[in-house]
Design a protein around this ligand. Structure first.
Ligand code: MG
Length: 281
């Protein structure tokens, strides 16, 4: 694509200058700034730009298999220095949801060891066994999933009157060779067995976006979501009423955008192209 520094445009030729007003950047990670351990070109430049304009970046992720501590370590390995204030995960959003809606109640969790620890540390009364006190069944993206866990979850959902929630609706998670099943697919197995459908907490719900905006005092015009998925990242931004940037470095193709009713405000090949639009004067 030819680049004209005086008239920065997105993939479709749309005037991208309004993006220079943005101060709060809510970034997806998988497929947006990296894939597995490969950091995409343009990520470091983009983060530098945000620091230079005294903006703020927050990584917003639906991935409930990793804790914030693990994300900080992963980004450090990739050369990005962050602290816990740079993150908002679907697990953190789930903690807020549980505290607001089911205070003090016993929660059954089918998730990774790391997710269970994070919920317990946040003060949630958690169990991984089917017992009489359970009021809520919570399912996360469990990369340590076993049939024994599925059995326990189905037993509770089939024999007790409980609420059913899940951290994120993503069907698949990108890895180096392609994709693995994500929380949405795990939930489909459970739904096929029990007929029960959960309420999802993460993107495309606007909760993570609006909470981040409140925390950092940013308004709708100053905030933008950047992600690689229409039905989660872009939909969450639309649901929160803010501008969205779709990058084509992950799941979504141009063909997908053309045939979708979830339309991003701007589209770029990658964070590199997005950064060039912001940086050039
Ligand atoms: Mg992604």
């Amino acid at each position: 694509m030819d680049y004209d520094v005086d008239h920065p445009v997105d993939y479709w030729g749309k005037d991208a200058r309004p993006l220079k007003e943005k101060r709060l950047f809510l970034l997806d990670m998988d497929g947006t700034i990296y894939k597995d351990d490969l950091l995409f070109d343009g990520t470091l430049q983009l983060l530098n730009y945000i620091e230079n304009i005294k903006g703020k970046y927050i990584f917003i992720t639906n991935n409930s298999s990793k804790s914030v501590t693990e994300y900080i370590a992963k980004l450090k390995r990739l050369g990005i220095k962050t602290d816990k204030n740079n993150f908002f995960t679907s697990t953190q959003a789930t903690v807020l949801f549980l505290k607001n809606n089911f205070p003090g109640q016993k929660i059954y969790c089918q998730g990774t060891f790391s997710m269970i620890e994070e919920l317990k540390n946040a003060g949630i009364d958690l169990t991984t066994k089917c017992n009489d006190d359970v009021k809520v069944v919570l399912v996360g993206f469990d990369t340590e999933l076993s049939f024994e866990k599925l059995n326990e979850t189905c037993k509770i959902l089939s024999t007790k009157e409980v609420e059913f929630i899940a951290t994120n609706p993503d069907l698949r998670c990108p890895v180096a060779y392609g994709f693995v099943p994500d929380c949405g697919s795990i939930v489909q197995m459970i739904e096929n067995a029990t007929g029960k459908r959960p309420v999802f907490i993460g993107k495309p719900q606007p909760t993570m976006i609006t909470t981040a905006m409140e925390k950092f005092g940013a308004n709708i015009n100053e905030t933008v979501v950047i992600g690689d998925r229409l039905y989660t990242d872009i939909a969450s931004g639309i649901n929160a009423g803010i501008d969205t940037v779709c990058v084509l470095s992950g799941e979504t193709t141009i063909k997908d955008i053309k045939s979708s009713d979830i339309i991003p405000t701007y589209t770029f090949h990658s964070v590199l192209d997005f950064w060039r639009t912001l940086e050039d004067e």
